[in-house]
Design a protein around this ligand. Structure first.
Ligand code: 4AD
Ligand code: MG
Length: 431
């Protein structure tokens, strides 16, 4: 029996008899020969079926192989410089698993709504392959970055008893007799783990019940969040800088083919080298006002402001020291200006806006208690979090990066909906 191989391995089997299993992308016939473009998820190949080799009966039965039908083919691999993957397969035998019904996704232009309704099938297209393989590469690069620096992976819970990022975007659910919320971030648990292990990260799904219908918002997204004991704001700015440079470099190194499918201008990615520009919130406001934004001091950046700001730079931009009033309760106040928070947002270039949020956390017990009060959060619910300020409290800092926004930027996509296999959006829970 010839070996069963995947299409990513063809170069190791030139001139050999192999078996390949996959799906029909396309079939055409020229009388005594049929050509089937076969994909198996790892690549594509043109399979050549000839009447003289297969005999008239087998040859005719191949005519039923409409798009997305599944089959296994056996044949000899032949290097051919003109073939898309560099090889063709001369088929000696094939077995049909399933003849597909008329496939709803055709090479013509479909509307986004239609494609999203068929997301389970749309995943088979080469563009979606390119995006999701880059996503995989980015996820792996994130893990490698922290693993290589001796961060300990800490998986944080999804059912939580309290808010992390503000009470207006919480998904509430029943947890037996109690009310629970889906995690908006793993950070608070990351802080507990940082006091236990020093340097940690969590990486998991997070949830925001945000009634936002922008090209940057999902209700469910994946976030990678490092947290470091004894670190202060400048330390995590540097960490975020090295982190972004590393993941962009990794994609450039390993995913050129996919970037080409997406027609990504890679020169924009090659420009992502340190140092990144750093602006205070105050400087960013001035920059925006100069660009014509109506934003006033004290206001939070809207999506348009972020786009405007990040369009001004060729590299990710670090904006730091926002007013505490527009940030989460746990932000450490700036000792020089207690109305400002020692926090940062990193805005991706090319108008992509915020991809990272983070900063230094309050480590003083009393300051945290009064912040909880100001934010009308229950001290009782945060008892465990306050404990971290009672037993060996130290300055500490961290950040979170949303994977989907990073993928959208690195792939050059105009919406996050294609960066995750099954997006959860304001008006979409299907499929
Ligand atoms: O700025 P955010 O809300 O920060 C936190 O959650 C902190 N607790 C993180 C930390 O310090 N450990 O979210 C961080 C990042 C954003 O910069 C963005 O990339 C992503 O998470 N994000 C979203 N991505 C997609 N859809 C949404 N609705 C998002 N909300 C945040
Ligand atoms: Mg943020």
């Amino acid at each position: 029996m010839p070996p069963i191989i995947s299409l990513s391995q063809v170069s190791q089997f030139n001139d050999q008899e192999v078996q390949i299993r996959g799906w029909v992308r396309h079939r055409r016939s020229s009388g005594k020969i049929q050509f089937i473009t076969l994909r198996d998820g790892s690549g594509e190949i043109q399979a050549v079926l000839s009447k003289s080799t297969l005999g008239p009966e087998q040859f005719e039965s191949a005519a039923q192989l409409v798009q997305e039908s599944s089959l296994s083919v056996t044949g000899r691999l032949r290097a051919d410089a003109r073939a898309p993957g560099g090889y063709e397969l001369d088929v000696s035998q094939f077995n049909i698993f399933h003849i597909a019904e008329t496939y709803p996704i055709q090479p013509k232009e479909h509307g986004v709504g239609f494609l999203m309704d068929h997301r389970h099938l749309w995943l088979r297209s080469s563009r979606q392959h390119a995006i999701l393989k880059i996503r995989h590469e980015i996820v792996k690069a994130c893990r490698d970055f922290f693993d290589d620096r001796d961060f300990v992976l800490i998986d944080t819970p999804i059912f939580t008893p309290n808010a992390c990022e503000g009470t207006t975007t919480l998904f509430q659910t029943q947890y037996f007799e109690e009310t629970a919320y889906l995690a908006q971030s793993g950070q608070l648990y990351g802080e507990a783990a940082a006091a236990a292990f020093g340097k940690v990260y969590c990486f998991g799904p997070t949830f925001r019940a945000e009634k936002s219908k922008t090209r940057r918002h999902l209700m469910e997204f994946w976030m990678v969040e490092p947290e470091v004991a004894f670190a202060e704001l400048p330390d995590v700015m540097e960490l975020a800088e090295a982190f972004l440079v590393t993941i962009v470099q990794r994609v450039l190194e390993k995913r050129q083919e996919e970037l080409k499918v997406l027609e990504r201008d890679v020169s924009k990615l090659e420009a992502i080298i340190p140092p990144f520009p750093r602006l205070t919130y105050q400087e960013a406001i001035e920059c925006l006002q100069k660009c014509g934004s109506p934003i006033q001091h004290g206001g939070d950046f809207g999506a348009e402001d972020e786009t405007m700001l990040s369009n001004e730079f060729q590299k990710p931009l670090i904006v730091h020291r926002y007013p505490s009033s527009i940030k989460a309760f746990y932000m450490e106040p700036d000792p020089q200006r207690p109305d400002l928070a020692l926090c940062m947002d990193v805005l991706a270039p090319e108008g992509y806006g915020e991809i990272i949020g983070g900063g230094q956390r309050i480590h003083n017990y009393q300051v945290l208690v009064s912040r909880l009060k100001e934010h009308k959060l229950s001290e009782e619910a945060f008892r465990w979090y306050l404990d971290l300020r009672r037993y060996g409290s130290v300055p500490h800092a961290g950040f979170g990066m949303g994977i989907e926004r990073a993928v959208a930027w690195i792939c050059g996509l105009d919406h996050v909906r294609e960066t995750i296999p099954f997006p959860r959006m304001l008006s979409r829970l299907y499929p």
